[in-house]
Structure formats: C-alpha cells, structure tokens
Design a protein around this ligand. Sequence first.
Ligand code: SAH
Length: 273
Amino acid sequence: MTDSIDVAATPDSLSKIRIVLVNTSHPGNIGGAARAIKNMGMAKLYLVAPKEWPSDKAVWRASNAADVLEDAVVVDTLDEAIADCGLVIGTSARERRIPWPLVTPRECGERAVAESSQHEIAIVFGREDRGLTNEELHKCNYHVHIPSNPDYSSLNLATAVQVLCYEMRMSHLIASQDGQPIHYDDWDQPPAKSEAMERYYVHLQETLEKLNFLEPGNPRQTMTRLRRLYGRVRLDEMELSIMRGILTASQNYVFHTDKKIAELEAKLEQLEK
Ligand code: SAH
C-alpha cells in the first residue's frame, strides 16, 4: 500500500450515493424505496425504464418521501444511470454462474461511505421477478448479497433497499461520530468512471479480435472474465489511459504489419510474373 488518501465522512457523504432501480414492475416498490432512502438520510433515486411511471401508487407508498420521487432521474438504460460513477455495486439475491467479488451489506456501506467524498456511487437493484441480468451485473465492481435464508433468499425490492441504505447510514454515523477518517487506501488517482470503462471494453474486444485472440463477434465468456478482472482491479484514470494507449499501439502495430505483409506479397507476385 503506497499512496493513500484519508477521507472523512462529510455531512453530505450520503448524498453522493444513488439508488438505482432497474426495470421495476410495481410502482409501489418504487414508493417504498423512496421512503427507505429518505428515512436513512439519502436522497438520490435513479429509475431505469420503470414499467409504470409516473404513478399515484408510488406517491402513496412513498408517504412523505414524495420529494425523492419528484427528483428521481428516469433513464432508458443502466449505462446512463451509472455513467459518471466511480463505484458501482450490484445487488443479487442468489449465486451467479461466474461469481463476482462479493461484499457483505456492512462492507458495502463502509466502502460506499468511504469513497463518497471522491466520486459518485451507485447501488443497483433488479427486477422483482428476475433480479438483474448477468450483463447488468457484469457492469458492477462488486456484488452485495443480503445473507438471507438460503431456502427463501429473495427480499421484497423496497425491503432490500431499506437494508442496504440502513448499512450506509450506520457507516456514515459511525464515521461522523468518532470523527475518524475512513482509511481509503486504494488509489492516488480517481478511479475510472463506468462510462469510460464501457468504452474501454469496446476498444479491448476490438483489439483482441484484430489480434485473432478472440473470434470476431464471438467473445464467449472471455470478455465477461476480463470485465471481472478489471472490475476487481478498478483501474484509476491514469492507468486506464495507459491501457488505452497500449491497445492503440497494438492495433497500429497489427495494421502496419498487415500492410507490410501485403506489400511484400504484391512484390513477390510481381517477381513471379
Ligand atoms: N427472483 C429474483 C429476485 C429478485 S428480488 C432473483 O432471483 O434474482 C428483487 C431485487 O431485490 C433484487 O434484484 C435485488 O436487487 C434485491 N434483493 C432481494 N433479495 C436480496 C438479497 N438477499 N440480497 C441482495 N439483494 C436482494
């Protein structure tokens, strides 16, 4: 651990943490989530393509948290909801095929509060019936699972929001009460934002195809595993720009080598004539 940054929980540290609800079916759950968010001193709600919106049922369930609903940001895709975030944590009610770095709800709260003075943070929740898709989960740095009854593991959506917001509030209170800065020892540069990482994955896949490492258009599980690798490492902005430079240099090298081979082949053909 070389460079480190000490970060004190600021009074507004919770305001940098957004709750993202993906494709919610029941507006009542959106209202319940808004109430949970406001009860815990948080405010930011993002809705990705909600099935029914706006909705009186949501306002009714929100009770006195209708202001959270009014300020909710509604977007079409998860990418838009997390584009500017430096930390994205996805919730999951069950095990997935390619397991991701998993944190407990407590660690989720600690990490989110610790990083909140540095960048925007998203906690992402899935659909009532199917949760988050694998593709959506693969856009997250970490997954968090509420350790519920393994035989009956899935909580109601708004209840799951409540549990995780409570953990964030507890971390925030502990950090502000004892005045101890939360030690934040991973970077000396800001971590790359989600949007920049998405662009990087496109560049990476394209380069790996040009190098014939991946079959064009058929990345199979390799890209998923690479996403997990990068998600675990969490590149900072400087490292990301170095990696982009390496990809560009590799592509240029392949391009020039291909060109040289084509020229030599043309020459050979001339000689053979
Ligand atoms: N049948 C779905 C469950 C969806 S529950 C599935 O198998 O994935 C709706 C949402 O509530 C989930 O997407 C998640 O965001 C949250 N949730 C429910 N139970 C959870 C748990 N035990 N841990 C973390 N999140 C949970």
